[in-house]
Design a protein. Structure first.
Length: 259
């Protein structure tokens, strides 16, 4: 059974650590210190590193970790990340034999041009996805290198995973994202409930991640481009009805950038 731990980095980053049988794999080590600390304290042996995209808060710790533990590094083929030994474009299956895990690689460009996600159907019985800065709790990543159409397609792939799939994103942004979700759909009971729940969790110092595809489908404005209230909010921003899902998504994303 693979255990998934959150290592905290910087203000609000999560470095996910998968461990089983004395071995560990880390996802997006923006900082080496929490990873090296964990390995020292637990005695886990690092056997691989997974990177979702090239931003420093996700790969900044690579060099220092690799100096101590020269393990294979999986990462996006389209991005230049020093240390990556296994470039991935999406569609591959990767084997992590030490922790008895197989992951599927999903191409999710938009936040960055080569962004990838790692989906483990066997994790937690119902599956888990490590999606970096693509899908967040009640939000999505900013479009630094991709178009709204690309991001919409990427989010559509994640939304199509089985509903109970747990979502391990790389930032604790849920509470502020909930405020925006409520502004988009003020009448949504699901969003109001989740908002209260998230506020309680944060007040108690608890993580709101992992979330689930199910929860995101109900409350994340960036997965709800078909919902009448979200289309209406987009129309309000555009001053006319959005022509399609891409326009709806783009208008909501644009609003969030200024929110
Ligand atoms: Zn990023
Ligand atoms: Fe980030």
């Amino acid at each position: 059974m693979t255990e998934i731990l959150a290592l905290h980095a910087f203000e609000d980053n999560y470095i996910w650590l998968l461990r089983a049988g004395g071995f560990a794999v880390v996802v997006d080590p923006g900082d080496a210190a929490p990873v090296l600390d964990h390995l020292e304290r637990s005695g886990d042996r690092l056997c691989a590193i997974l990177a979702t995209h090239h931003h420093g808060d996700h790969v900044g710790g690579l060099a220092e970790i690799l100096q101590r533990f020269p393990v294979p590094v999986f990462g996006p083929a389209l991005e230049n990340i020093p240390g990556v030994t296994h470039p991935l474009a999406g569609g591959e299956r990767i084997e992590l034999p030490e922790i008895a895990l197989e992951l599927e690689v999903i191409s999710v460009p938009g936040h960055t041009r080569g962004h990838i996600a790692y989906y483990g159907p066997s994790l937690h019985d119902h599956g888990a996805v490590f999606c970096g800065d693509t899908l967040f709790g009640a939000g999505c990543g900013r479009l630094f290198e991709g178009t709204p159409a690309q991001m919409l397609e990427s989010l559509t792939k994640l939304a199509a995973l089985p509903a109970p799939t747990l979502v391990y994103c790389a930032h604790e942004y849920t509470q502020s994202n909930m405020r925006f979700a409520l502004a988009v759909e003020p009448g949504s009971i699901a969003i109001q409930r989740r908002s209260e729940h998230v506020a309680k969790d944060r007040a108690a110092g608890r993580a709101t991640i992992p979330t689930s595809i199910h929860a995101e489908l109900q409350t994340n404005p960036f997965l709800r481009w078909d919902a009448p209230a979200v289309r209406a909010a987009a129309a309000n921003r555009l001053g006319r009805a959005p022509a399609d899902a891409v326009e709806t998504f783009a208008a909501i994303r644009e609003w969030k950038n200024r929110f």
